[in-house]
Ligand binder design. Structure first.
Ligand SMILES: CC(C)(COP(=O)(O)OP(=O)(O)OC[C@H]1O[C@@H](n2cnc3c(N)ncnc32)[C@H](O)[C@@H]1OP(=O)(O)O)[C@@H](O)C(=O)NCCC(=O)NCCS
Length: 241
């Protein structure tokens, strides 16, 4: 007699568990779990075949919640990987920052954490811009201006340095611009950038650094070698987008 083994959906869930990006709920009905399995198989196929162009066309932003399985995410910074896995949800629960996952076919390919901020005009390094803004807004150097901070931004190392970060970041900037035009008064975007990502923001995304950091910037290549996670406050005037 020939015996064929056909796993039920709960057994299948356990087998494919490593490929799930939402945690399975074993108390769900058979139908719900079957749907879950199908979604996970789709994820698995996606994980094996996703290329950057496909991701660029298909990724979505999803606000982090307790059902997201973050185990597989790993970026080049251990600190940023650990933040997502250990702190992001807690910070969100405390209303300190909101984390948006970048997801393609169920795979978490990146994330961005955002919070509000304020900025004093006196940190602007460009005297001409500073004068223009002072005249435009009729404020002193010590006035605080409304800002939004990109607290953390990372792309999974499997997909980094292939043009995805630039694409995602552009969409983040456009969303912030939209907020500034439709929801709340907002003039600057700030970011606490690691030295290793300094040129990504300054060269590729036109962020400015603080005037007091000029000497450090002159030695940035050396700093990247010895202390790549040294943090620099950068800013971008939303009027320049
Ligand atoms: C920084 C990071 C988000 C950039 O995303 P990415 O997908 O690697 O970036 P892209 O491939 O889209 O690069 C876009 C451009 O920036 C440049 N770039 C990317 N990372 C760079 C870096 N660390 N230094 C200098 N230039 C960089 C690329 O050369 C590319 O230039 P091009 O448009 O002329 O080809 C990503 O590398 C990452 O997660 N790094 C580790 C975590 C980190 O440092 N985050 C920032 C701290 S908040």
């Amino acid at each position: 007699m020939r015996v064929t083994y056909a796993p039920n959906t709960k057994q299948l869930l356990r087998i494919i568990n490593p490929f799930l990006h939402q945690k399975p709920n074993l108390s769900n009905s058979g139908k719900e779990n079957a749907l879950f399995c199908m979604q996970s198989v789709v994820n698995l196929i996606g994980m094996m075949s996703m290329d950057i162009e496909y991701i660029k066309e298909n990724y979505i932003f999803e606000t982090l919640n307790e059902n997201h399985d973050l185990d597989d995410f790993e970026c080049e910074s251990e600190d940023l990987t650990n933040f997502l896995k250990n702190d992001a949800l807690n910070q969100q629960d405390l209303n300190l920052s909101l984390t948006h996952l970048v997801i393609c076919d169920g795979v978490i390919v990146g994330y961005v954490s955002i919070l509000t901020d304020s900025m004093k005009l006196k940190i602007l390094e460009d005297e001409t811009v500073k004068k223009e803004i002072r005249a435009e807004l009729n404020i002193t150097e010590n006035n605080e201006m409304p800002a939004i901070k990109i607290g953390r931004f990372a792309i999974d190392k499997e997909y980094a340095h292939k043009g995805l970060g630039k694409h995602v970041f552009r969409n983040v900037l456009l969303s912030i611009l939209d907020i500034s035009q439709n929801i709340v008064g907002l003039r600057f975007i700030t970011v606490d950038a690691y030295a290793s990502a300094f040129w990504f923001y300054v060269d590729k995304n036109n962020f400015k650094y603080r005037k007091n950091d000029q000497k450090l910037v002159d030695n940035m290549d050396e700093i990247i070698k010895i202390d790549s996670e040294r943090s620099f406050t950068l800013y971008k005037d939303l009027k320049s987008i």
